[in-house]
Design a protein around this ligand. Structure first.
Ligand SMILES: [Zn+2]
Ligand SMILES: [Zn+2]
Length: 484
């Protein structure tokens, strides 16, 4: 631990430092947003053909902000929205923020809740009104903060209030949430009453197939039943360790399409699979032993805590060792499934700075376009569609070089460089992902691949989209006044 600069400082000075630094933090955030607003003004052009590109000026600027702040593109875009609102519409609030009198959190709520205001005169009034009060909003929790801003929006421009969507009555089914913890994923849904009744019966029937010694709670068993069912099973594999489990004797081996990548050799994997298949309780500690020290990757991209491995294996999952591919380039444009698996396992996410898009849903990009650049691991990276388009069409702005060890070096339009490392490095530090120097191109004269790729186009520019959204929200508020 390093020595704190406040050791030996008097209490009063320590408390004063807390207050000063809180103000400094806010003031510094305000300056950063002013810089972001300026970059946005310079780099986001509306009267240009690229405003209709799927990866448009805004995305290109957001990439620069994301890389500079080391945050995701989505958050960078949010910072740009806040920055532009402060500069264009809320100068009094921006001035308070710059003096450190209001926090970034409060400013975020203010800019979010006022986004549907359209008239300059209303902006001017509400800016003054908020500036008078916002100094007292710091202690408010999220709901009360939003209510405080909304009360002023309602006073000056009833049509601009953001009305919470009524709880969905329609059917819906959602898997996954931002706040999910490693190893589990939340699922939420609303089914037709008839379907729900069938589902309930199905789950109950599956849960009933385990023996009475199954150690799981009723809730855990229901969750496992849904999982086993979605893998195509009609029974829930029993989790008891008994060699004489009647449930295990009565049911076929469970089916599973889960593949777990582990960093180990093939012989170990074979061993683990064999002992898992025998599933004799005296050997039950054997299956997880070789991998218990490491980390496992679910479907090649999701990191999973190893205690869940034994359960996955019991339920029929397959293990696959991670291996480094051959040094010879592949002949075709499309990488073989083995090579693609390596690239996804090496990268884990999109390789643009700050991007967290899962490799599973990424494109595999030839860093140097094929066939000038070959289909070789030292020339292939995972990029999400947005950053794939950025690299392909904003050439001259964003440049990418890939090193043989998988490090990706990006150069931004302003000449800054950012290096991202393969995501697997954090989980499999011993795994050598060095794939050697890129072999020289075979036919450098045939250079025409990425030319054929078209940038998808927007029907309306981002600005037109936004204006339409504001208009629609205001129209809805006018026909259906806020319920308070
Ligand atoms: Zn049992
Ligand atoms: Zn990305």
């Amino acid at each position: 631990m390093f020595e704190s600069e406040f050791v030996g400082v008097e209490d009063a000075a320590v408390v004063a430092a807390i207050a000063d630094l809180t103000r400094a933090e806010a003031a510094s955030a305000a300056r950063r947003l002013a810089a972001i607003a300026e970059l946005t003004r310079r780099r986001v052009l509306d009267d240009d053909e690229r405003a209709r590109w799927a990866c448009d000026w805004w995305d290109c600027a957001a990439a620069a902000v994301a890389a500079a702040m080391n945050i995701s593109g989505r958050r960078a875009s949010g910072q740009m929205r806040i920055a532009v609102a402060l500069r264009d519409h809320l100068p009094a609030v921006a001035a308070m923020f710059a003096r450190g009198e209001v926090s970034a959190r409060v400013v975020g709520a203010i800019t979010w809740r006022t986004q549907f205001i359209t008239e300059a005169s209303v902006w001017a009034q509400i800016d003054q009104a908020i500036a008078k009060r916002a100094g007292r909003w710091g202690p408010l929790g999220e709901d009360k903060l939003v209510a405080a801003v909304d009360a002023l929006v309602l006073e000056f421009d009833e049509s601009a209030v953001i009305v919470a969507k009524a709880v969905a009555r329609a059917r819906d089914f959602v898997v996954g949430d931002l706040e999910d913890e490693n190893g589990t994923t939340s699922v939420w849904g609303r089914l037709s009453a008839a379907d729900a009744a069938v589902l309930k019966k199905k789950i109950a029937a599956m849960v009933a197939t385990v023996c009475e010694r199954d150690p799981r709670t009723a809730g855990e068993r229901r969750a496992a039943a849904v999982g086993a069912w979605s893998q195509g099973n009609d029974h829930l594999p029993c989790a008891c360790e008994s060699p004489s489990c009647p449930a295990r004797a009565n049911h076929p081996a469970p089916k599973s399409s889960v593949v777990v990548n582990v960093y180990t050799d093939q012989a170990t994997v074979d061993n683990v699979q064999r002992s898992a298949a025998q599933a004799a309780p005296s050997e039950s500690s054997a299956p997880s032993a070789p991998v218990s020290a490491g980390t496992a990757l679910l479907s090649g991209t999701e990191v999973m805590p190893t205690p869940l491995l034994a359960e996955l294996l019991r339920d029929g999952a397959k293990l696959r060792p991670l291996c480094t591919p051959a040094e010879e380039p592949e002949p075709g444009y499309r990488p073989s499934s083995k090579l693609a698996r390596f690239i996804r396992a090496r990268d884990l996410t999109c390789r643009f700075p700050g991007c967290t898009a899962s490799a599973e849903f990424c494109d595999i990009d030839h860093v140097i376009p094929y066939p000038l650049g070959s289909t070789h691991p030292s020339n292939l990276v995972c990029l999400c569609r947005k950053h794939h388009l950025l690299k392909t069409f904003w050439t001259g702005d964003w440049e990418l070089r890939l090193r043989p060890d998988g490090a990706a070096v990006w150069t931004s339009p302003t000449g800054h460089t950012y290096t991202t490392y393969p995501g697997s490095r954090a989980y499999f530090p011993d795994w050598d992902t060095n794939t050697g120097d890129l072999p020289p191109p075979l036919k450098p004269q045939t250079f025409d691949t990425d030319r054929a790729v078209m940038m998808p186009r927007r029907k309306r520019t981002r600005t037109q989209d936004r204006e339409a959204r504001i208009k629609a929200q205001r129209a809805q508020n006018n026909s259906d006044p806020p319920p308070f």
